[in-house]
Design a protein around this ligand. Structure first.
Ligand code: NIG
Ligand code: FE
Length: 418
């Protein structure tokens, strides 16, 4: 099956031999091609170029994109998309002034979700998560990392990861699974947190590895959750099973999480609201992607990660939605793109690189996704009729995506019924 996308007003992120990620000043570079074509053969991008140089003529299907920009579909490298129920009632407490940590201390937050998960069957969790996957695809996401972490028992965590495995098999989106047994301490271990860490190490990790259910391992390494020492023990246990860390760090304090992540060769350290000079120095020249979650800062009214400072220091940054019922109940990456520009003051080019090229790296799929490159998977967005790419972060809140193509197939067409 050969598809031609013709007359593309502007093709974004063309890159013949992409770096693994873009960092520092390079984040403001975005290569583009005006009046372009792109050819998809089955699931791959096989060619692109200027319309005037198109030589082939035989295609099974042609999509005219004269009013549209075409770009790689977004990668969302940090989500908790499998969850039992939304938590809008708890959110009222937040409106009334309670902090995320205060809600957590009262047994709300993650523990609230962990209680609910017991009542839900794997089928229930699968159905609701699949709906959310369809929703994020309609906003242009083509790849997503999904964490466990609302089970907090061996059975509960395995249940979540089995659901993620089914989603991987059935959804067209590219999915990576992250084991987050160390998301919160269950109440029965409150007086003996070390015992819960032992359970993660001795029971959960071997069970997860035995069923081959996770690509990555995560720990919420932060004030009031898991310490640096506990995080290290867990990451070392994961490393025995080749589970690469992608961890929550420095959301609530200078927790040492960033240093711990880099020390253990984390693929990414995520959140990073509390990042100072020391943390930046440690990240510099490491292969760990700083992944920022502006949706959580926005929703919880936390401070924002010092994105500009990080870029000036030469670091790369990726952004993710953190889609979850407590701190970021939205998986709309176009909104994340806008928050990147509105709140971090990222240039449109920097914001776009952070949710495509660098986000692909942060979930370990940079060889197949994130740029328009011959041989990469055809995970693409065709936009509605918009004037230019600067419009994407600027015109916030609206869905600017017309079509989402995943592995060569149009899975979303937002204008079909118009
Ligand atoms: O990334 N920070 C820790 N975990 C999630 C929140 C999960 C929840 O509240 O349900 C986060 O923000
Ligand atoms: Fe998270």
């Amino acid at each position: 099956m050969k598809t031609l996308i013709s007359n593309i007003k502007q093709l974004l992120l063309t890159d013949e031999s992409p770096q693994r990620f873009v960092a520092g000043a390079d984040m403001a570079q975005l290569s583009t091609l005006n009046d372009a074509y792109l050819i998809i053969d089955d699931d791959k991008i096989t060619d692109y170029g200027k319309m005037s140089e198109l030589s082939e003529a035989n295609f099974d299907k042609t999509i005219d994109a004269s009013d549209s920009l075409v770009m790689p579909a977004f990668c969302d490298p940090h989500t908790h998309i499998v969850f039992p129920e939304t938590r809008e009632i708890e959110y009222i407490d937040k409106i009334k002034g309670l902090s995320y940590e205060e809600i957590a201390k009262r047994g709300g937050g993650i523990l609230n979700s962990a209680r609910k998960i017991i009542e839900k069957s794997e089928d229930d969790l699968y159905e609701s998560a699949m709906q959310r996957l369809n929703e994020i695809a309609s906003y242009g996401t083509g790849a997503v990392e999904i964490k466990s972490g609302y089970g907090l028992t061996t059975e509960g965590e395995l249940k979540m990861l089995r659901v993620i495995k089914r989603l991987k098999e059935d959804s067209p989106l590219t999915i990576k699974a992250n084991f987050l047994g160390a998301h919160a301490v269950p109440p029965e271990y409150k007086q003996n947190q070390g015992k819960y860490v032992d359970l993660i190490i001795n029971e959960m990790i071997p069970a997860v590895a035995k069923e081959n259910l996770a690509d990555y391992i995560d720990v919420f390494c932060d004030r009031g959750f898991f310490t640096v020492e506990e995080t290290e023990r867990i990451l070392e246990a994961g490393a025995k099973y080749e589970l690469v860390p992608k961890i929550h760090a420095n959301e609530l304090d200078y927790s040492g999480g960033i240093q711990t992540g880099v020390k253990h060769n984390a693929l990414s350290v995520d959140h990073l609201e509390y990042t100072g000079d020391e943390e930046i120095a440690v990240l510099k020249d490491s292969a760990t992607m700083p992944t920022l979650l502006p949706g959580a800062s926005f929703f919880l009214e936390l401070i924002y990660a010092p994105a500009r400072k990080m870029i000036i220091a030469g670091l790369p940054i990726a952004m993710a939605s953190d889609f979850n019922p407590g701190s970021s109940p939205s998986g709309n990456m176009q909104f994340i793109l806008s928050l990147g520009s509105i709140k971090y003051r990222l240039l449109p080019e920097e914001s776009i690189n952070a949710i495509t090229h660098n986000a692909a790296y942060a979930m370990g799929v940079e060889n197949e996704l994130g740029t328009i490159t011959r041989g990469k998977k055809a995970n693409l967005i065709i936009t509605k009729n918009i004037p230019n790419y600067e419009f994407l972060p600027y015109y916030y809140g609206a869905n600017k995506v017309k079509q989402t193509i995943i592995e060569g197939k149009t899975i979303v067409n937002n204008e079909k019924n118009h």
